[in-house]
Design a protein around this ligand. Structure first.
Ligand code: HEM
Ligand SMILES: *[C@@H]1O[C@H](CO)[C@@H](O)[C@H](O)[C@H]1NC(C)=O
Length: 404
């Protein structure tokens, strides 16, 4: 399997927070991996399965290579992540060679995005986390059977000004402005807003240490029609409501928990304004699975702001097992990375009806960062314990927490 097997080894050393996630092609290189793989297979059974958009009606014989690839991801036959593909050579952006390759220009865009998304500590910053949320808030406005239809990954969050006009998008203004800047710079090369938004989300993910490299497809149609309202989740909602809301987007309870794990990098500003920039786990800017453990725990560090919705899901019988599984050290990190990637590919295609005509450009994405050393671990612990308020801004920027 070219993209799939995810043999990370992960060492969580006490004291120095070190996580090493090595990648290689062979299960045999990793004793115990077979057991892990069967565990993964079991968990994958809980993930979302249904087809989307044009793939729901197209007969198999009419599927393009992209159509087949996406079908296999959606139905659980292929991985949604790809840790290894690479661009071999990048022709100049104005060359005809670049114009002929649908992915070429996206390499330039992805590199520029990544540069904006990482700070001096190697952690991902506010643009990265906001981009991940932006991808969700554009795509997540689609629901099956919704009348009038519309919404989905169509760029309307930018093109219809939803970013500014809807309270649910508080916290996204800066990233929306940045996406507009990128669009102004690259539109002459045929770069669309819906694809830009989704690229920013997957670059934002892999820009965070340990963040999975989610497969990326281009060719979405842009729309400046406002998306239907009321289809994004409320952080006050109970588990029933949230599970139902995501079910209508074809996302299972397990899939929802996998996606929710992106709160691992979060530093909220509007949920509790008095505690702006306080994180949702004790390692903001690192894509580790501590979020699940700490959301479950009644003894989490006092610095954390937990959303009522997250706690409700962590306590519900349908979703609690996923919090436990994904939060469980190495196995959990692997299982979650795979689940997240498959579910994010799905999310990034909600409301898209030309999937069969899209193109996979995963190879333009930045490299997967499978290990991370926190050089300011002692200060980070102090911050988590409720001290050192001044660290908020450094963390926001992904920067090393300075000496006082
Ligand atoms: C039950 C569903 C969800 C609820 C209720 C929810 C709610 C929230 C809230 C209230 C915030 C804080 C915003 C702020 O105050 O600044 C937030 C942040 C965030 N959400 Fe969610 N969310 C949900 C699902 C998701 C999903 C599916 C994703 C992406 C796959 C996602 C990605 C993020 C990210 C990355 C942030 C951090 C943004 C930042 O720090 O700037 N969330 N979410
Ligand atoms: C899911 O969709 C159905 C049918 O459109 C609707 O009746 C129901 O209220 C939706 N559930 C949620 C939680 O939005």
């Amino acid at each position: 399997m070219a993209n799939g097997i995810l043999p990370f080894t992960m060492r969580l050393a006490t004291g120095l927070c070190t996580a090493v996630l090595a990648t290689a092609g062979l299960t045999t290189a990793f004793p115990g991996m077979d057991k892990t793989m069967s565990e993964l297979q079991k968990r994958q059974g809980d993930l979302s399965k249904s087809l989307l958009g044009d793939l729901e009606t197209l007969p198999d014989k009419d599927l393009t290579a992209t159509g087949k690839a996406v079908r296999d991801i959606l139905t659980g036959k292929a991985e949604g992540l790809d840790l290894s593909s690479q661009v071999k050579r990048v022709p100049p952006k104005t060359s005809s060679e670049c114009a002929k390759d649908k992915c070429c220009i996206w390499k330039y865009v992805a590199d520029e995005m990544r540069d904006a998304m990482v700070g001096t500590a190697g952690r991902c910053n506010n643009f990265a986390r906001a981009a991940v949320r932006l991808g969700f808030h554009d795509a997540g406005t689609w629901a099956r059977g919704n009348v009038p239809s519309g919404g989905g990954a169509d760029g309307s969050i930018i093109l219809a000004g939803e970013c500014e006009s809807r309270r649910s998008n508080d916290g996204l203004h800066e990233i929306c402005d940045l996406v507009r800047t990128w669009h102004a710079k690259y539109k002459e090369y045929g770069v669309g807003v819906a694809d830009l938004v989704q690229l920013s989300a997957v670059v934002g993910t892999v820009a965070c240490p340990l963040g999975p490299r989610v497969r990326f497809f281009v060719g979405r149609r842009d729309s400046s029609e406002p998306a239907p309202e009321g289809l994004l989740p409320s952080p006050k909602a109970d588990a029933d409501k949230l599970i139902g809301l995501f079910a209508n987007k074809t996302i299972s309870a397990a899939g929802l928990v996998a996606l929710l794990g992106s709160h691992t990098v979060s530093q909220q500003r509007f949920y509790d304004k008095g505690r702006a920039l306080d994180p949702q786990d004790s390692t903001p800017g690192v894509w580790d699975n501590l979020y699940f453990k700490e959301t479950l725990s009644s003894k989490a560090p006092p610095r954390l702001v937990k959303f009522a919705s997250d706690v409700n899901l962590a306590n519900d019988a349908r979703t609690r097992p996923m919090f436990e599984a994904y939060g469980n050290s190495l196995k959990g990190q692997i299982t979650w990375s795979q689940a997240y990637a498959r579910e994010y590919v799905r999310l990034s295609l909600l409301g898209v009806y030309n999937i069969n005509d899209m193109t996979e450009c995963t190879r333009v994405l930045p490299n997967f960062m499978g290990s991370f050393d926190s050089v300011d671990k002692a200060k980070l612990d102090e911050f988590a314990a409720g001290e050192l308020d001044s660290a908020r801004v450094a963390l926001m920027n992904g920067d090393v927490i300075p000496d006082l």
